[in-house]
Ligand binder design. Structure first.
Ligand SMILES: Cc1ncc(COP(=O)(O)O)c(C=O)c1O
Length: 455
């Protein structure tokens, strides 16, 4: 039941994905939790709960770890892209931009957030397995690289880019046929995946694109999944990709970019032991270098798309404890003022999280409680069997590791407004996402006069 590791921040200060909490996590003189120099209970009181808190130092440290490792291990050019699906906002776009990252977007919304957040269009790629004409047009007119995923993309782009205009800058995504151990919903590289061209069809598609005046195919892309702890699948991926690169160049495409996707896992609970960012980049970069030497292929520019490993550990969510229900001999539920609408991962993937009281993290646990969300779903459980000291309604709880795929996957289920988000740094706090209000949710409702008249 010992609680002492929950707020541990210094396990690997160079690779935040290996820690349970942001790397600036500390205790004040009264043993209360601080992140980014800010007392969590003060943030909760000032900005209300639920509240997403992002630690800027942790995000920037992760960015630097990717940049430094690429420089250290890869002899050619490289460009890391932030997979903005993990947490898309103007603030995140601006931070990663200032760290020299490009960005991967998958929708008009993510694309606009990147451009308005200051990312140069030449460093943005647009993904998606069912892109709309509007999305393709926005990307094309802004000079964003479009990752073609299927024949539908090709057909749409062909009619969009008339022959007298600049050809579209393209990357081609294919399914590499690589299995990795992660949740089925976040596997993407195996044959039965909705993403990308089948490896078997790759040559045919490359030949089809060869003489297309509207197309300028400059890159190849593959992504095998997310929250992956093994290095070998990424090594295997590189082998398949270098064969594809050789094939594409042989057909006559001026391929410069090799984009190996993202996927590096993070530590949500003690049992998680992901590789460091340095180890991941070393594996990928060395594999590209060796495979190119062996297959006599000119080194491509190396691109990767980390999402989770860049931002998950930097984020925590603050909740207020509310109602308590004890079922003797079975379970004690403690409900919080958020749940599956601000963090859908537990109900979607059965994901595990660590949490503790913000002002009493060192108090020895004496009970096991289940932290329930406030939504009308029995499955809306954030954490099962969490060891806690005796606690009362109104105390604040912090859940760690919520920086990725929480805000970006949030919903308004039960018409619950989305939480605010703040960015903390050296004792300063900036609001980066305003709290939604119930009136915001009604803004798009239309009550037809006919229904009003019916009374
Ligand atoms: C194409 C693509 N690139 C990058 C990522 C980011 O993956 P992760 O957050 O695991 O780094 C994803 C997410 O699954 C993705 O689909």
């Amino acid at each position: 039941m010992a609680n002492s590791r929950i707020y541990e921040s210094g396990r690997d200060s160079l690779s935040p994905n290996r820690n349970l909490s942001p790397i600036t996590t500390e205790l004040d003189s009264q043993d209360r939790l601080k992140i980014g120099g800010c007392l969590l209970s003060e943030l909760a009181l000032r900005y209300q709960t639920p509240l997403y808190v992002l630690d800027e130092v942790t995000i920037r440290t992760s960015c630097k770890a990717y940049k430094d490792a690429l420089e250290k291990y890869y002899p050619g050019e490289s460009l890391p892209l932030y997979a903005s699906k993990a947490n898309s906002s103007l603030a995140m776009s601006s931070i990663v931009n200032s760290e020299g990252f490009g960005l991967d977007a998958v929708s008009e919304g993510e694309l606009m957030t990147a451009i308005k957040g200051g990312i140069d269009s030449s460093k943005i790629v647009l993904h998606g397995n069912n892109k709309s004409e509007k999305e393709l047009n926005l990307a094309y007119t802004n000079g964003v690289t479009i990752v073609i995923d299927n024949q539908h993309d090709i057909d749409k782009l062909k009619s969009l880019v008339s022959s007298n205009k600049e050809p579209a800058r393209l990357m081609l995504r294919f399914t590499p046929g690589i299995e990795c151990h992660t949740h089925d919903y976040i596997k993407t590289g195996h044959l039965d995946s909705k993403f990308g061209f089948d490896l078997d069809n790759l040559e045919k598609i490359l030949i089809q694109l060869k003489d297309a005046k509207w197309s300028n195919l400059i890159g190849l892309h593959a992504h095998i999944g997310s929250q992956i702890f093994e290095l070998q699948p990424h090594k295997d991926l590189v082998g398949v990709m270098i064969d594809a690169l050789k094939l594409a160049r042989g057909i006559g495409h001026p391929i410069e970019d090799l984009n190996v996707g993202g996927g590096l896992g993070v530590r949500y609970v003690e049992a998680d032991d992901p590789p460091s960012i340095d180890q991941w980049i070393n594996t990928v970069a060395t594999a590209v270098k060796e495979s190119c030497e062996e297959k006599q292929v000119k080194l491509p520019r190396l691109l990767c798309e980390p999402g989770r490993s860049l931002v998950a550990t930097s984020g925590v969510t603050l909740y207020k404890l509310g109602s308590r229900k004890e079922i003797p001999g079975i379970r004690t539920y403690f409900s919080v003022d958020g749940g599956m609408s601000d963090n859908p991962r537990p109900i979607t993937y059965q994901s595990l999280y660590k949490a503790c009281l913000v002002d009493r993290p060192l108090d020895p646990p004496v009970q096991t409680v289940t932290i329930a969300g406030k939504h009308c779903e029995s499955g809306d459980i954030l954490i099962k069997n969490l060891p806690l000291p005796i606690c009362t309604s109104g105390e604040f709880l912090v859940v760690f590791g919520t920086g990725a795929y929480n805000f970006s996957m949030s919903s308004n289920y039960n018409r619950i407004p989305r939480p605010a988000a703040v960015l903390v740094h050296s004792g300063h706090v900036d609001l980066v996402q305003q709290r939604e209000q119930p009136e915001d949710l009604l803004r798009y409702d239309v009550l037809p006069n006919r229904l009003l008249e019916l009374g």
